[in-house]
Design a protein around this ligand. Structure first.
Ligand code: ATP
Length: 194
């Protein structure tokens, strides 16, 4: 049987407890054997709003997921042409890993906007989606053809976002309960999001 891999892409600006929780949910879903976390340098939809450098986002990501078994941080999207269209990443990874089966993992907010992604129908031809619920959004109204390729995973949703953290830091509000301790240290040491 081929190894089943979940691809979990994001800007992670910064990585937060919502990300680590859904990563665990993807890994315990029984659908995948490994999770590859893809740090996106320039996502097509967020190019103007990235606050922390690629290297610092990577450093925080490594700290947040340190010691998590069956999880790998991947910088592949930094080596592929930009902006990072997911279909391009998926096709490339399939080509160099012919013995693996891939799932594309995301939060429910991303699913609700998935039909606006460039080449989204091509993504569905390449792999199924794995989706974790996210507070404040719903997949009601998502096209049937997308839902037919979607697997929802069970977890306790956390109402946390990277933009909320950037806002808290810039307003001097504590982020203690929102990010892993070692990520908070990097944010403080590097004076990020001030
Ligand atoms: P921002 O607030 O800057 O838009 P974000 O918190 O959504 O950022 P991203 O790096 O854009 O973080 O998200 C990467 C992936 O993680 C996306 O698929 C997103 O849907 C998912 N995600 C992020 N936070 C949560 C959460 N709290 N619950 C479920 N999914 C989440």
């Amino acid at each position: 049987m081929s190894l089943r891999v979940g691809l979990f892409g994001g800007t992670f600006d910064p990585v937060h407890n919502g990300h680590t929780e859904i990563a665990k949910a993807f890994l315990t879903s029984g659908l995948i054997d490994e999770l590859w976390v893809l740090l996106t340098p320039y996502p097509p939809h967020k190019q103007k709003n990235i606050a922390a450098s690629y290297d610092l986002r990577l450093k925080m990501l490594k700290e947040a997921f340190a010691g998590m078994k069956k999880l790998t941080i991947s910088t592949i999207e930094n080596e592929l042409p930009k902006p990072s269209f997911s279909v391009q990443t998926i096709r490339y990874l399939k080509e160099i890993n012919p013995n693996r089966e891939f799932y594309y993992c995301m939060g429910e907010d991303s699913l609700s906007k998935f039909h606006t992604w460039k080449y989204y129908d091509q993504i569905l031809k390449e792999c199924d989606l794995m989706v974790a619920r996210r507070p404040g959004v719903t997949h009601i109204g998502v096209e049937k053809k997308i839902l037919q390729s979607t697997h929802f995973v069970d977890h306790d949703p956390l109402d946390i976002s990277s933009s909320q953290i950037r806002e808290c830091v810039s307003n001097g509000i504590s982020i203690d309960d929102l990010v892993p301790e070692n990520v908070k240290h990097i944010i403080e040491k590097e004076s990020l999001y001030k």
